[in-house]
Design a binder for this molecule. Sequence first.
Ligand SMILES: C[S@@+](CC[C@H](N)C(=O)[O-])C[C@H]1O[C@@H](n2cnc3c(N)ncnc32)[C@H](O)[C@@H]1O
Length: 428
Amino acid sequence: MPEFDFTRLRRAPDVEAPNLQAWDATDELLVREALASGIPGDEIAVIGDAYGAITLALADAGMRGIRVHQDLVTGRRALARNAATLGITDGTDAARRAAPGHAGDKADDLENPAFAQHELDESLLSGTRLVLLQLPKSLAELDEIADAIARWAEPDAMLIAGGRVKHMALGQNDVLARHFENVQPQRAERKSRLIMARILRRPDAPPPFPVSTRHSFAGETPTSARDPRAEQGSRAELGVSAGSRAEVGRSADGLTLCAYGGAFAGDRIDIGTRVLLGVLPDIRSSEVVIDLGCGTGALAAAYALAHPASRVIATDRSAAAVRSARATMAANGITNVEVTIDDAGSELPDNTADLVLLNPPFHLGNAVDEAAGHRLIEAAARLTNPGGEVWTVFNSHLDHRRVLQREVGPTEQVERTSKFTVTKSTKR
Ligand SMILES: C[S@@+](CC[C@H](N)C(=O)[O-])C[C@H]1O[C@@H](n2cnc3c(N)ncnc32)[C@H](O)[C@@H]1O
């Protein structure tokens, strides 16, 4: 059988650049092991397949019924597009309907598609005997994934996890060892390494996520951003009242943040977020507000509590973020926030909002890149009504102010700490 041609894969709609590719050597090693295992596609789950390289290489080798979980909607859309380009059938309903040439698919392919997308739940893992995992960046995310495998996969299931050696840490073995009796890191190959984990430890406690923490606003501003101690980022100094279970109820003197494993900053309030929360009382009341890249929903929730008559749309490309933000709204009794999964608000019409709150990412995977932030700034410009405002917090060394000025309109600095800048841009 000819080798799968990984170079045909694209990252779009995610950021594309000459130094960024849609697959890596870890994908190739995971595919090799899966093919060697002899386990059929409908007993395999693939988790963290960035742009679909693993799934599509296995499908190209004839496997059917592979279950896939990708956290990012950009990855899900890239997989659907790559599958359509390669003529591989996607059993994920929305993607299958959207795929060009869908009408001409053979009935057999539709009944027995190569793969289908799942959330990180029992439907992804029940009946699976092999799980292929591109190791996530955070240990919390790995913990949540390993717990799910140990909870729902077949008793004899094996996990093969892999990553680039430079991004791997011993802590990953420790997390895996909490969920599997036998964890064996392999020798590095082509700067990647696989870890084989066998004999799962079935948990008898409920799933460990979401975690939650109550953050106090001390009565007035929901932050100590202007307090130099806030830059330290320590929980004790944040007015955190701790606890892993959410107190439910609407209250303007604090906020309960809930987080699944893959969500940005977990159930902590990130330093940049806190700086923007510090100027929240200066932000006008608006009818329709978007929290673009909402993470666990801290900005949307704080705004919604302060402006109960506003309609807030909190949107993120990460499924973990969206589940977290929904849990945050529920934990605070907030009903005027709608949480959606989307890539840079692409499903929202132009001029949707009078106000956009933006704390853009500045890491793209493991490569620092401003392009991801610029994409969200361009989206904020498109989504804001003329005369509306975009409030942005960013690491002061980034060139975002110039881009905001160009894409949105006149931009002024509202706040600056040793690390972060907050700007207000008025849509021209
Ligand atoms: C720095 S975090 C901010 C999270 C939250 N707004 C806060 O202040 O705590 C950036 C968020 O943007 C999200 N993000 C990155 N690129 C995105 C895109 N293209 N579309 C939607 N969300 C995106 C990330 O998943 C992440 O949750």
